[in-house]
Design a protein around this ligand. Structure first.
Ligand code: PMP
Length: 440
């Protein structure tokens, strides 16, 4: 007997047979509004004609040429577009096949940078509690999610964790938002001094936290303070934009809105938009030059990196952003979505917060709206909401988890950028009925 080894071994999943715009259709012809773009992937919706044509054309012309032997014009063009938009001197793009690979590469690049500088004592990372940076062993090691780490401990790389900047759970009532952000950022300095800043390679964080906390933006000034601390102690800043990047928050890179420069940035999901697996790591000239003037090359590589077909698809995606003026639409549609959700859930007993940026939004699910007391982490709210949503023809991304030791549940939304106002209404209504299924 054969069996597909799925992520969720017990669930009976429908068979997906077709995608069109914001909808996916199953084997019975039932449609599902893809309000989470899978996991913040399908930013252009399904079956986008221009991306399809670009992929067909590339496969017909040249599907693959190993990057050890060839460059391709489209890879050069895509790198130029990415580095042009990236703040600071992030001038060197390394194409990979997904988010974990991009993060894994960033960790290795950061380590090699210090090796080239002779700072061999730098061997550990700092990230935030509850963070997620991917599922390969290195990326998992820098993530702060205890549940995910536990089965694989001891992990490969030593990592220290500081609190996430998550006002919803952590801010004192008497404290201003700015002061709270500074207090959270200053935890980085405290931890550095505890472990010895000369032993640390980098701090890694998502500019807008995605799946683990539900579209959480940092308080104004938080990332500026983080940057200052990294500079003061000579450690690198790696920003993981695998989920929040590629226009999801209204600018190509989410950290453009934080007014800071990173040393390394990772992107994936929206870069392929679901049409082909691709990720990228973008590094500063300082890192690149140090390595090229030292041992000469980055000791890393994957067979499918810079895959010609994947690159052609990603270039078509980024061109579609420009040609269809999608990033301004993300900002506009994001506001509409926020307003509709706030209105619809304003009296809902189990919705404690509606938040996010651009088309990256979330509902915080709580047991008590006034005290914001969360449901127990082990309650099955996420599967209940997901099952009801699927029944109603809605794909959303409910998650449970603990935030800095406290329980929490949220529903993440990351719809395609092409979603219409009428489809935002449909999303909101179906989501309302899905959340209304909570009975505890
Ligand atoms: N970093 C972040 C912030 C992510 O959200 C994810 C995926 N959810 C990853 C890394 C890993 O990406 P992938 O699943 O493509 O390996």
């Amino acid at each position: 007997m054969h069996h597909i080894f799925q992520r969720h071994c017990h669930s009976e999943l429908p068979i997906a047979v077709k995608g069109e715009g914001v909808y996916i259709y199953d084997q019975t012809g039932k449609s599902y509004l893809d309000a989470s773009g899978g996991a913040a992937v399908s930013c252009l919706g399904h079956s986008h004609p221009v991306v399809r044509a670009a992929l067909h054309q590339q496969i017909d012309q040249l599907a693959y040429a190993h990057t050890g032997f060839f460059n391709t014009e489209k890879a050069i063009e895509l790198s130029e577009k990415l580095t042009h938009a990236a703040p600071g001197d992030l001038n060197h793009v390394y194409f990979l096949t997904g988010g974990s690979e991009a993060v894994e590469s960033a960790l290795k690049l950061a380590r090699q940078y210090f090796v080239e500088k002779g700072e061999l004592q730098r061997s550990q990372f700092i990230s935030r509690k509850q963070s997620y940076h991917g599922n390969t062993l290195g990326a998992l090691a820098v993530g702060g999610n205890e549940l995910r780490r536990k089965p694989f401990a001891p992990l490969l790389m030593p990592t220290e964790h500081i609190s996430a900047c998550f006002a919803y759970h952590g801010k004192d009532a008497s404290e201003s938002a700015f002061d709270y952000g500074q207090r959270m950022a200053n935890e980085l300095e405290t931890r550095l001094l505890e472990v010895g800043p000369e032993t640390v390679i980098a701090f890694i964080a998502e500019p807008v936290v995605g799946a683990t906390a539900g579209a959480v933006t940092a308080e104004e000034g938080y990332f500026k303070r983080i940057r200052e601390i990294c500079d003061q102690y000579g450690i690198l800043l790696i920003l993981d934009e695998v989920m929040c990047g590629m226009g999801r928050t209204g600018t190509l890179f989410a950290h453009e809105q934080e007014d800071i420069q990173a040393d390394i940035v990772t992107i994936a999901k929206g870069l392929g938009a679901g049409y082909q697996p691709i990720g990228a790591m973008i590094a500063s000239s300082e890192i690149h030059n140090t390595i090229s003037q030292g041992s000469g090359f980055f000791q890393h590589g994957h067979t499918y990196m810079g895959h010609a077909t994947a690159i052609a698809g990603a270039l078509a995606v980024i061109n579609a952003f420009e040609q269809e003026a999608l990033l301004p639409r993300v900002q506009q549609a994001g506001e509409i979505l926020q307003n509709r959700l706030s209105e619809c859930f304003k009296n809902h007993p189990f919705v404690g917060d509606v938040r996010g940026r651009g088309l990256f939004r979330a509902l915080e699910i709580v047991a008590d709206r006034d005290s914001k007391k969360p449901f127990s982490a082990c309650s099955k709210l996420d599967s209940q909401i997901k099952a009801k949503a699927m029944e109603l023809g809605l794909i959303c991304y409910p998650m449970s988890g603990t935030i800095d030791g406290k329980n929490g549940h949220h529903v993440l939304l990351a719809p395609p950028f092409i979603i219409s106002d009428a489809q935002i209404d449909e999303l909101t209504e179906k989501l309302f009925h899905s959340v209304d299924t909570i009975t505890q």
